[in-house]
Ligand binder design. Structure first.
Ligand code: PHE
Length: 450
């Protein structure tokens, strides 16, 4: 009872930091467009299973590895299995972080741009399908503007990470994240009452189970990894700061639940609105929310204000995610290579910026990067596939195998129950981490590569 109170403060801090990492563009930009492309409610249904059965299991594995070693991902593998190639999984995570940061930052730059658009009153008129399409196409193909927005975003990330203003950003997110959540609730409440919203609601919430196929399952699990920041050591790194008094399963459950609720709410804003726009299809791909959200704001009173506030909060949500991305390579360079924090943040930030430039050009029609030879996709889509999909699943598979068989599932359970509380689901967790999760991830990986 005594240390429960002391532990509570730090537990909240971890939940906020991890939820800050998890909640971001993955929930509000990626989840709706994935849902739209993969059959609506059926995808949502599979996603819920993926997040709570697979995501939660891997989340616990990463957190317990982090807390056990109190190290960055590379150091964590080295400590638990010295003189073995396992540390390469950590290296892959470090590399993946830089690559995700490079294209994620470009999209985050769009949210900055759209905040200003809202302020300028661009959404305060009646908007048609072609108007929002043209608005987005014009905006995203403006190279100069996107370079500025992208560099502003990377710079903010570098500043926060290099000054390590942990207290500041933590306090900030404690106010701003709940505010983002409240606005989402408000917008969803408005959207479901739009005339013609029922069609969108049934697309989003009434599952047609015949639509569930291997592709839907694959994308749902990948989305869960991306959205929960799993498979590359972010959660491991954040887990390395957790106190031994915390009960990991409940912290993990909190983060997974918060992340899921935000994603579900985002869909509740997007889909009812989408079906009220004549000519609009849910299969827009990555542009979806940037096309539909302006319409939401054009339809509600005070739309310019709400639009600005919403995109501003989305900028903050994306920032708490990019911070967690940058923190992985920075922690690695500080711990293992003895770099200074400021230098590490700046150098990695610059690398991510340069790697991100082709992702900007990917939206310029006719440019080399808008349709790569061989893959016939644009560069940004390819990056998201390689790093946001493949690498996270691959990393997740290796982490799972490592925890289950190299470190050992029993050692992990010992770490999970360190504070003395009983982990009722220890048996089920072991079953999942040893057999079910690696089997599923392996099959996904195979089908992805083939
Ligand atoms: N989870 C973040 C989001 O949903 C993205 C992210 C992925 C962050 C992987 C860190 C690691 O926006």
């Amino acid at each position: 009872m005594e240390n429960k109170r002391g532990g509570w403060g730090s537990k909240i801090a971890f939940i906020f930091a991890a939820a800050g990492s998890a909640v971001g563009l993955g929930n509000i930009w990626r989840f709706p467009y994935q849902t739209g492309m993969n059959g609506g409610a059926a995808f949502v249904f599979v996603y819920l299973l993926a997040a709570f059965l697979i995501g939660l299991v891997v989340f616990l594995a990463e957190v317990s590895m982090g807390r056990r070693t109190k190290k960055n991902p590379v150091g964590a593998f080295k400590q638990l299995k010295p003189n073995s190639p396992w540390f390469l999984v950590g290296i892959l995570g470090v590399f993946t972080a830089v690559m995700i940061l490079s294209y994620y930052g470009v999209i985050a730059g769009w949210t900055v741009g759209y905040a200003f658009k809202a302020l300028k009153g661009d959404f305060s008129q009646k908007l048609t399908e072609s108007m929002v399409q043209n608005m987005f196409a014009g905006f995203s193909s403006n190279i100069g503007l996107n370079l500025i927005l992208f560099s502003v975003f990377i710079l903010m990330t570098v500043l926060v990470v290099s000054f390590g203003i942990k207290g500041g950003i933590e306090k900030l997110t404690k106010v701003l994240m709940p505010l983002l959540f409240l606005i989402l609730i408000y917008l969803a409440a408005k959207a479901v009452l739009f005339e013609g919203a029922a069609k969108g609601l049934s697309f989003y919430l009434k599952p047609d189970f015949s639509k569930i196929n291997s592709k839907v399952i694959l994308f749902a699990i990948t989305q869960a990894f991306f959205s929960l920041s799993l498979g590359m050591g972010t959660i491991m790194t954040y887990g390395s700061y957790i106190s031994d008094e915390d009960f990991l399963p409940s912290s993990a459950l909190w983060v997974v639940s918060l992340d899921t609720v935000v994603a579900i709410m985002a869909g509740l804003v997007i889909f009812p609105t989408l079906f009220t726009i004549p000519g609009m299809s849910p299969q827009q791909g990555p542009a979806l929310v940037f096309i539909v959200l302006p319409v939401v704001f054009s339809k509600i009173p005070g739309g310019a204000f709400f639009g600005f506030l919403f995109f501003l909060l989305l900028v903050i949500a994306a920032l708490t995610s990019t911070i967690s991305l940058l923190e992985v390579p920075v922690a690695y360079l500080i711990d293992e290579k003895k770099w200074r924090r400021k230098k590490a943040a700046l150098v990695v930030g610059m690398l991510a910026f340069m790697a991100g430039i082709p992702s900007i050009l990917a939206n310029v029609k006719g440019s080399y990067f808008s349709k790569l030879p061989l893959v016939k996709e644009d560069f940004l889509t390819l990056m998201d596939f390689l790093w946001g999909n493949l690498s996270l699943i691959f990393g997740g598979l290796l982490i799972t195998i490592f925890v289950a068989y190299v470190w050992g599932a029993d050692s992990a359970v010992k770490e999970i129950t360190k504070n003395g509380r009983k982990f009722k689901f220890a048996g089920i967790w072991k079953l999942f981490i040893k057999y079910i999760v690696p089997a599923i991830l392996f099959v996904i990986l195979l089908s992805r590569i083939v």
